[in-house]
Design a protein. Structure first.
Lengths: 343, 147
C-alpha cells in the first residue's frame, strides 16, 4: 500500500497537462511545467537543466521513501490468490458497495459523457478544419505507435529479467530502476536532457519526432513493465520446468511457448502504452511546432485560444482514436492463439 | 552396480542441508515416503536436473548425469501440475516431445499422426504421453512426486 500511495503521488507530482491547461502564472505551477516554460518559452537552458535536476532529486527522494517504507518496490505486482470474502454478504454492505461503484463510475463517465455530447455538437454544428484534424490524427498515430512499441519492447526484457533475478537484491534494484526511469526522471527532465544534449549539435526541429517518441516511450515504460511482469512471472512458474525437461529454449521457447501464452499481456501492454502516448501532452508541448502538431497539442492550442467548440470536437476525435487504437491492438495481438500447424 | 545410483548427493536450501544416497535396480518400482519437508520432491527435482546439487553424483546405467541439463537426462518427471501446454492441442503437446521447436520430420509426423484431430478433453489429456523424448541413449524411467 505505501508503494501504491507513493506511486500515485509521484504521478500527480509529475502532473503536466492539467497544470498547464488549468493553472497558469508563476503562482500555480508545478516543477514539471516550470521546466517546460524555461526550455520552451524563455529558452533558458541552464535554468531548465537546474529545474530538471531538482525534479529528478525530488522524485528520487520519494522513490527512496517508498523503498524504505515498503521494503519492496513492487510496482505492478498483482496477487494471484484471492481469499474468500465473507464481509460483503449483508444487504447493507451490498448497498454500500453499489453506491461506491456508482459514484466512482460517475467520476469517470460524467466528464466523458459531457465530452461526447459537446464533441458531437462541435463536430456537427460548428465549422472545423478537417485537414488540420486529419493531419493531427495522423501525427498522433505516427508518434504514439512507435513510442508504444518501444516501451513494450523495452518492458518485456525488463519484466523477464526482474522475474529471473528475484531474490538478488542489487540486480533487482538496478532492473527496477530501469523500469521506473520514466517515473524517477520525470518526462520533462528527460525532455530537458534531450534538449540540452542536442542543442547546438543538431537542429532541434529536425529531431522533434524522435524526442517526442523517446519521451513517451520512457514515460509509459513503467506501465508496460507493470502489465507484463505478473504475466511473465506466472508463465515462468507454470512452464519453466516443463520447458527445461523437454529442452525447449531460446527462440523455440519464445515462438512455441512464451509468445502464445503472453500475447494477451503483450497486446494489453502495447495498447496501453500506445494509447497513453497518444494522449500525452508533455512531450509534444516541449518538442512540437507548426509542422508537428498532434491531437493533444491541437487541443491545447484550441483551448488556449478559447475555441471551445473546436476543442471539444478535437477531444472527441482524440478519445475515439485512442480507444480504437487500444481496442485494435489489444484484440489484434491478444486474440486467440493460432494453431501451430498440427490440428 | 544399481541402475540408478545416487551417492552423497548434497543440496542446500537456505540453512538446511540435505544428503541423499539411493540405489535403484532396473525394473524396480520405488515409493518414497516421508513427512512434509523431508525432501521427497527435492530428490526428484535433483534427479530430473531442475535443482543444482552442491556435491555428490547421480549415475544412470553407469553414466554420470549430475551435470547434464534436464532435457539431456534419460529420465522423465511427471510434475504435480502443469505437465501440458494449455494453449497447444494434443498433437502439438506430443510433438513437442519429439522436437522442442515442433519442427517434425516425416518419422515424427507419423508418430504424432494418431493424436491429430483428437478432441482436447480431460480424459484424453490424462492418457496423453506428452513427455516422450526422442532417441534416448538409455531406457527412460519415470519419476512421479510421491507427495
Amino acid at each position: 500500500m505505501p508503494a501504491a500511495l507513493v506511486f500515485i503521488f509521484i504521478l500527480c507530482f509529475l502532473s503536466f497537462a492539467v497544470v498547464l491547461t488549468l493553472g497558469g502564472g508563476p503562482r500555480a505551477t508545478t516543477l514539471e511545467v516550470a521546466i517546460y516554460q524555461a526550455l520552451r518559452l524563455d529558452v533558458d537552458l541552464p535554468r531548465g537543466g537546474a529545474l530538471a535536476l531538482l525534479q529528478t532529486i525530488a522524485c528520487l527522494v520519494m522513490v527512496a521513501v517508498a523503498w524504505i517504507t515498503s521494503r519492496r518496490l513492487d510496482f505492478g505486482r498483482s496477487t494471484r490468490l484471492v481469499g474468500a470474502r465473507f464481509d460483503g454478504m449483508t444487504l447493507g454492505a451490498k448497498l454500500r458497495d453499489f453506491a461506491t461503484i456508482i459514484l466512482a463510475m460517475g467520476f469517470v463517465t460524467l466528464p466523458v459523457a459531457a465530452l461526447v455530447f459537446d464533441g458531437l455538437r462541435g463536430l456537427l454544428f460548428a465549422p472545423f478544419n478537417l485537414s488540420a484534424l486529419l493531419d493531427a490524427s495522423a501525427v498522433t498515430l505516427a508518434l504514439g505507435l512507435p513510442a508504444g512499441v518501444i516501451a513494450t519492447l523495452l518492458g518485456y526484457p525488463i519484466a523477464v529479467a526482474s522475474d529471473r533475478l528475484r531474490g538478488r537484491k542489487p540486480a533487482v534494484m538496478l532492473i527496477g530502476i530501469a523500469g521506473l526511469a520514466g517515473v524517477i526522471a520525470s518526462p520533462m527532465a528527460v525532455g530537458a536532457g534531450i534538449t540540452l544534449a542536442f542543442t547546438g549539435r543538431v537542429d532541434l526541429f529536425a529531431i522533434a519526432p524522435v524526442g517526442v517518441i523517446a519521451m513517451n516511450a520512457l514515460l509509459t515504460l513503467p506501465f508496460a513493465v507493470g502489465v507484463l511482469r505478473p504475466a511473465v512471472a506466472r508463465n515462468h512458474a507454470q512452464v519453466d520446468r516443463l520447458c527445461a525437461g523437454l529442452g525447449i529454449a531460446g527462440w523455440d521457447r519464445f515462438r512455441v511457448v512464451d509468445w502464445p501464452m503472453l500475447r494477451r499481456a503483450v497486446g494489453l501492454a502495447l495498447g496501453l502504452t500506445t494509447a497513453a502516448s497518444m494522449g500525452d501532452l508533455a512531450a509534444i508541448a516541449l518538442f512540437g511546432n507548426q509542422n508537428l502538431t498532434n491531437l493533444t497539442l491541437l487541443l491545447y492550442n484550441q483551448i488556449a485560444a478559447y475555441r471551445m467548440e473546436a476543442a471539444s470536437g478535437t477531444a472527441l476525435v482524440l478519445l475515439a482514436l485512442c480507444l480504437a487504437t487500444f481496442v485494435v491492438i489489444e484484440r489484434g495481438l491478444g486474440g486467440r492463439s493460432k494453431s501451430l500447424g498440427l490440428s | 552396480m544399481a541402475f540408478l545410483e545416487i551417492e552423497g548427493l548434497a543440496f542446500t536450501y537456505e540453512n538446511l542441508i540435505m544428503r541423499f544416497d539411493l540405489p535403484v535396480e532396473a525394473g524396480e518400482i520405488v515409493g518414497i515416503v516421508g513427512p512434509s519437508g523431508a525432501g521427497k520432491s527435492t530428490l526428484l527435482s535433483l534427479i530430473g536436473g531442475f535443482e543444482k546439487p552442491i556435491g555428490g553424483t547421480i549415475r544412470v546405467g553407469g553414466v554420470d548425469i549430475t551435470q547434464l541439463p534436464p532435457a539431456e537426462r534419460p529420465v522423465t518427471t511427471l510434475f504435480q501440475d502443469f505437465n501440458l501446454f494449455p494453449h497447444l492441442n494434443v498433437a502439438e503437446n506430443v510433438g513437442l516431445g519429439r522436437n522442442p521447436g515442433l519442427k517434425l520430420d516425416a518419422a515424427d509426423q507419423e508418430q504424432v499422426a494418431w493424436f491429430r484431430g483428437a478432441p482436447p478433453g480431460p480424459a484424453l489429456r490424462r492418457r496423453t504421453p506428452a513427455r516422450g523424448s526422442r532417441a534416448q541413449p538409455h531406457p527412460p524411467s519415470t519419476f512421479a512426486p510421491a507427495g
